[in-house]
Design a protein around this ligand. Structure first.
Ligand SMILES: [Fe+2]
Length: 377
C-alpha cells in the first residue's frame, strides 16, 4: 500500500496546527518513493509519527535521518559532547558503539542495550536546571517544561534539519500536571515523559507587524560553547530561557574560543517546502542581538527579555502538542520549524529507553550573509 499521511486529530480548543501520522511504512525498508513522500510530509506537518517501529535498527534510524541531508555524518553536537563532562548535555546521552550518530536517552538502569552494558540513564529533571523547583513530595504529580530548545550545538556546527526519536521502552499509566509557575496560572495535563512541541511558524504568525519586522531583520548571536557557558545558570519556570544572575561562565572558564565558530543566525528560518517563516531561537543559548542598522544589543538581560516576549505567548497550553509515547513510536520532527522540550519526572523504578539521532547540517544555509536567499520577508 502507498504511504498515507493522516493529520493528527484537532480539538476545537486547540491551536496546534501541525503533526501527522504516517501509515504503511516500515522504516527498516524505505524505498526512494517512500522517502520522497515522507520528506514532503515532514516539511508540511513538522512532526511525523510512525507507529510499530520497535524493530528498526540504529543503522536504519541513522540512514533515514541522513537522507534529509545526505552529506551530513556527525551527530548534531559533534562526537565529543556525550563525553564532555563540562557540558550540561553530557549526563543525558549514551552513544551507541556501532552507530555513534545515534544516542540512547531515557531513565533507569539498563543491563544491555545495543552493545551498551550496565548503563544508568537519567531523564533530565527540571530541578537540575530551574531556579525554583517543585517540592520533592509533589514531584510525581507535577512537572515542568525542562528546557525549550532546538537540537543544535550552536557553536561550530550548523543546526540539524531533522531529529528522529524511537521509543523502545515506555513506562505507562501515569499522567502529570505541568505547571507554568510564571504567574499566568496556566497548567497542562500531560502523559508521563511526554515530549512537548510548539510551532515556530505559529510563533512567527502571532507576532505584531512591528515584531515581525524586527525578527525579519535581526540576528541572534549565540554564546560560544553554549552548553558549558550556561552550565551554572538557572532557568525560568517555563523552561523558556534563563535568569540573568551573572552565573554564565566567563571566557577564561570555557574551552578556548575560535571566533569563526561563533554562530550568528537569523531569527526567522524558512520552511524549504512551503516557504513559511518560523521564529527559531534557542532561548537559553542566546548572547546578543544584531539589529538591521548594524547596532548590537549585548546586555544579556535585555536580550533575554526581548526574546522571551516574542516566544512566551506561543508556548501557552493550547499551542503545545504533548506526544503520548507508546512503545514502537518513531517520531521524525523538523528541527528548524519547531521548538521542543523534555517533560516529566520518573520514579527510580520506571525504566525508559529511547534512541535519538540528529546530524549537524553539512551546509550553513542559515549563514547571515545568505539570509536573503534563505528568507525573503
Ligand atoms: Fe532535543
Amino acid at each position: 500500500m502507498p504511504v498515507a499521511i493522516q493529520p493528527f486529530p484537532r480539538t476545537p480548543e486547540s491551536h496546534v496546527n501541525f503533526g501527522a501520522e504516517v501509515l504503511h511504512v516500515d522504516i527498516e525498508k524505505l524505498d526512494d518513493k517512500d522517502f520522497e513522500a515522507i520528506q514532503d510530509a515532514l516539511y508540511r506537518h513538522q512532526v511525523l509519527l510512525f507507529r510499530g517501529q520497535k524493530h528498526v535498527s540504529p543503522e536504519a534510524q541513522y540512514q533515514l535521518t541522513k537522507r534529509f541531508d545526505p552529506t551530513s555524518d556527525t551527530y548534531g553536537h559533534g562526537k565529543d559532547v556525550p563525553n564532555s563532562k563540562q557540558s550540561i548535555l553530557h549526563p543525558d546521552l549514551k552513544t551507541i558503539p556501532s552507530v555513534p550518530q545515534v544516542q540512547v536517552i531515557g531513565h533507569g538502569f539498563v543491563k544491555e542495550f545495543e552493545g551498551l552494558h550496565d548503563i544508568q540513564l537519567r531523564h533530565p529533571h527540571h530541578r537540575t536546571f530551574h531556579r525554583d523547583v517543585i517540592p520533592a513530595d509533589k514531584d510525581l504529580d507535577y512537572t515542568r517544561f525542562y528546557r525549550w530548545h532546538i537540537d543544535a550545538a550552536l557553536y561550530g556546527r550548523y543546526p540539524p534539519k531533522v531529529t528522529t526519536l524511537l521509543a523502545v521502552s515506555v513506562p505507562k499509566g501515569r499522567r502529570q500536571t505541568l505547571l507554568y509557575d510564571d504567574g499566568s496560572g496556566e497548567t497542562l495535563d500531560v502523559p508521563l515523559g511526554t515530549t512537548a512541541f510548539v510551532s515556530g511558524e505559529t510563533m512567527y504568525e502571532r507576532l505584531s507587524e512591528e515584531e515581525k519586522d524586527f525578527v525579519n531583520t535581526s540576528k541572534i548571536e549565540y554564546a560560544p560553547h553554549p552548553y558549558i557557558w550556561m552550565s551554572e545558570c538557572h532557568s525560568f519556570p517555563t523552561g523558556l530561557g534563563l535568569y540573568s544572575e551573572n552565573r554564565e561562565l566567563s571566557e577564561d572558564q570555557l574551552p578556548s574560543i575560535e571566533k569563526d565558530k561563533i554562530q550568528i543566525l537569523p531569527m526567522v528560518w524558512k520552511n524549504p517546502v512551503t516557504g513559511n517563516p518560523a521564529l527559531q531561537i534557542h532561548p537559553s543559548a542566546i548572547r546578543k542581538i544584531h539589529k538591521a542598522d548594524g547596532s548590537v544589543i549585548d546586555d544579556l538581560k535585555t536580550v533575554r527579555d526581548i526574546v522571551y516576549q516574542l516566544q512566551r505567548p506561543s508556548i501557552s497550553p493550547s499551542y503545545v502538542y504533548a506526544h503520548d509515547w507508546q512503545e514502537g513510536d518513531f517520531v521524525l520532527f523538523h528541527n528548524r520549524g519547531l521548538l521542543h522540550s523534555v517533560v516529566g519526572a520518573f520514579a527510580d523504578d520506571e525504566v525508559r529507553i529511547f534512541r535519538q539521532c540528529n546530524l549537524a547540517a553539512s551546509v550553513n544555509e542559515l549563514n547571515p550573509e545568505k539570509i536573503q536567499e534563505v528568507y525573503e520577508p
